[in-house]
Design a protein around this ligand. Sequence first.
Ligand code: BES
Ligand code: MN
Ligand code: ZN
Length: 502
Amino acid sequence: MKFAFAEQLLQERNDAIVVGVFKGNSLTSTAQALDTATGGQLKQVLALGDFKAKPGETTVIFNPDNLNATTRLVLVGLGDAEKLDEQEYLKALRGCGAVIKNLKAERIACFLHEATVDNRNQYWKVRQAVETIAHVNYKFDAFKSKTQDTDNDDETEKTILFACEEFSKHQTESAVTHGSAIADAVKLTRDLANTPPNVCNPTYMVEAAKAAAKEQSALTVHVISEKEMANLNMGAYLAVSQGSDEAAKFIVVEYHGGDKHQKPIALVGKGVTFDTGGISLKPSASIIGMKYDMCGAASVLASIKMAAALKLPINIVTFMACVENMPDGKATRPDDVVTTMSGKTVEIANTDAEGRLVLCDALTYAQRHEPEVIIDVATLTGACLVALGDQASAVLSNTQTLADEILEAGQNSLDRAWQLPLWKEYQAQIDSPVADMCNLGGPGAGTITAACFLARFTEDAVWAHLDVAGTAFKTGKDASASGRPVPLLSEFLLRRADVIPA
Ligand code: BES
Ligand code: MN
Ligand code: ZN
């Protein structure tokens, strides 16, 4: 699927035209123009009353009159004209994406962004359209045999075109360019995370990073082996790996698009390619979906690739902490005490709280790059899913301005985050009788105590933590990675690079 923009889109051949309709049969401007051109066909369809124009509701008029080669008119409901907010617009885009999925149309002209959305400009509306249509049209069939049902195997290469006027050309062009790069990054994240854990192990993540660098030559990849990790005294990270036959890989990817002297933005991702819990083995039902425990690492890789694709004038360094958490005779025991790269010691009370163990050493290492800010991304706690469900990622930070910046990036990209407190009073919950701290914080405030643990390794940095346990994926019959928080991170990076048109 490709995205592009064009002026005077209606004067060219389109296989399908997508227009918005409000409740009460009020038409957006292009819908009105098409109604006139077809001798009132849209109004006739609406008069039947079947189509209620609820946000996201869709219907198709096939072979409309007098439109030459245009064989499909897609009507998309936008609800009440006065009430069209971001979320309703998003519903309309999702509906549009779902119809497009089933059309054998190559050239699709989209006019949904004509509608006025509260406080949002052409750039925002078109970029959101690109990202959402791409998201809905995602499929992951790399592991399906060819004998499967092929009903949905329409291989038509589609191009979605967005109409623009002379004055909105720059906004539309940026929106299509940025939106396409973000959509590619979301797809990369989803593909990596959806790949089963017998294939997607730490070594596979190295290959993925190298493949990204091959496509974007501005990226460089450096892999730190277990032996080097031992030399660096990354005792907590290695403790997680020692029960697995797969070698842990700590992957550093760099991008220098900014001034040589500008400090980099550091992104650190949890890359547990499978989390059994280790000796503190998870119950069977909770193990399902733990291939997604590397979503953090996948999303930071995809985000830096997005930045390179757009040649953003900033410096970024990402750290993918890849490892498999397995139980065996060599595995770490609950009660073990390990020494981290920072020199601080940790009592491992639960081997299933492994994310903070790999991240603490990754965060210590990341600070060697003297970053401007560090953001870590992790499917860290089940408690986060309990607290916020699948709507918001949790953000916790030692610097309120950074938390605010992340919250705003989330709101603007509709990949929302919500802040939880990092009050020092919670720190007592991870005190240990034998070591400097414990990797378990008791039953209450699980997301916060996990962040408190990480905070003890980032005291000298401007740091934020994103817990994406509830947002990065869903399990069940429609199990899939969501690609979150790539849209949030992308928005953050685009803003830092100051490339979003006003
Ligand atoms: N990867 C899990 C967290 C998780 C759970 C993510 C469910 C997504 C969905 C993490 O490593 C974990 O096991 N956390 C434990 C921590 C506990 C032992 C302190 C948890 O949340 O139960
Ligand atoms: Mn775990
Ligand atoms: Zn985990």
